[in-house]
Design a protein around this ligand. Structure first.
Ligand code: FE2
Length: 364
């Protein structure tokens, strides 16, 4: 077993480029229970763009909007709509992370740079991954500030309660036809990840939709990136629909973990978050399929929560509808009860639910 050349402590933050960060921040606070904690914008001397950093337990989401015409952020929004630009990874040595990955073939996004303020310094570096998405390495061991240099603490009188979201469980990338293995190899060779599980279109297909998927994980297992590729089906696959509307590869969903999915989903629904609808027949033979579970079936059925089991235990999960106008990015809410997998047993029921939505959009 060789040593991990890219040790990662966890996800540092997810940054989305959006058309209107102020209103998007309001949505993440109101609907998902994130709390304002850091800000940069005109008032802090940031004249080109404005960013709101929001937090819920270990999850940090940054929403960034340009303040002027032209430039990289506007181009990103024009091409992709609102979407994830940066998946930032928390490391102890951002310079070494950049050196080790670029030497193995990663395309540099940001050469190691030191940013200082009164609270110390942060070293940042970055590499490109699929589509226009990037990984930024954040070394913050010499920094005591609220978030990152350039940000100031943001206080708001409007703080809807958190809904129990704890940490990012996994983040899924959709890549174009024939590209899955290229990106699997990228995570293996360039970032030292290994493959956890794979399933192909024979495993996951409905009458119409099909996909192939491989799950890549880093050395300590804290980072899990499933990579999806469309597969041939009778009609257009949901992955292909994503690629069409996002204009290429990108982050498809962010799975966030909770310790109490029933309470979390109740809260989210009460706050207007829309979830994929699974027919109640899903629950008819559920216990035959997954065996005994600790939860009452009734609230699970009422809320449409899905259950799957693997050799290590079971998991409960539920998927939102896309949270943007283009049928691109969505969230998954997941509670693990031992299971280490990703809900393969639910994919068929889930895809059929997505197809009903695609049919309404005329994109099936
Ligand atoms: Fe997922």
């Amino acid at each position: 077993m060789s040593t991990d050349f890219l040790p990662i402590n966890g996800t540092d933050y997810i940054e989305l480029y959006v058309g209107n960060a102020k209103q998007t921040a309001h949505y993440y606070k109101t609907a998902f229970g994130f709390q304002s904690f850091a800000y940069k914008g005109l008032e802090t001397g940031s004249t080109d763009s404005v960013s709101y950093a929001l937090k819920q337990d270990k999850i940090v989401i940054v929403l960034t909007t340009p303040l002027k015409q032209g430039g990289e952020i506007n181009e990103h929004i024009n091409k992709h709509g609102d979407g994830v630009k940066v998946v930032a990874l928390w490391v102890d040595d951002a310079t070494k992370s950049w050196e080790e990955t670029t030497k193995r073939g990663a395309k540099s996004y940001l050469e190691p740079i030191r940013e200082d303020d009164d609270n110390g310094y942060v070293i940042k570096s970055g590499i490109h991954t699929y589509g226009d998405t990037v990984h930024v390495f954040i070394e913050r061991k010499n920094y005591k500030g609220i978030f990152l240099p350039g940000f100031v603490e943001s206080k708001s009188d409007y703080n809807p309660k958190p809904v129990g979201l704890k940490y990012i469980d996994h983040m899924v990338g959709n890549v174009d036809w024939g590209e899955m293995n290229t990106w699997v190899e990228f995570y293996e060779k360039v970032m030292g990840f290994s493959q956890l599980v794979s399933f192909d279109d024979k495993d996951i297909s409905t009458e119409y939709t099909a996909l192939m998927s491989k799950v890549m994980s880093n050395g300590n297992g804290r980072i899990k990136f499933p990579i999806n590729e469309p597969a041939e089906g009778k009609k257009k696959s949901q992955i292909e629909e994503y690629i069409d509307f996002y204009n290429g590869a990108g982050v498809q969903h962010i799975a966030v973990a909770t310790d109490n999915i029933i309470e979390t989903v109740k809260q989210l629904k009460a706050r207007g978050v829309e979830f994929l609808y699974v027919p109640t027949s899903y629950y008819d033979d559920l216990l035959d399929r997954v065996g005994p579970i600790e939860e009452d079936l009734k609230p699970l059925k009422e809320l449409g929560i899905l259950i799957d089991r693997d050799e290590d235990g079971y998991l409960l999960q539920l998927f939102t509808k896309p949270i943007v106008d283009r049928p691109t990015m969505f969230f998954e809410i997941i509670q693990r009860k031992g299971a280490k997998s990703f809900g393969k047993g639910n994919f068929k029921a889930l895809f059929e639910a997505i197809e009903r939505e695609q049919e309404q959009r005329g994109t099936l």
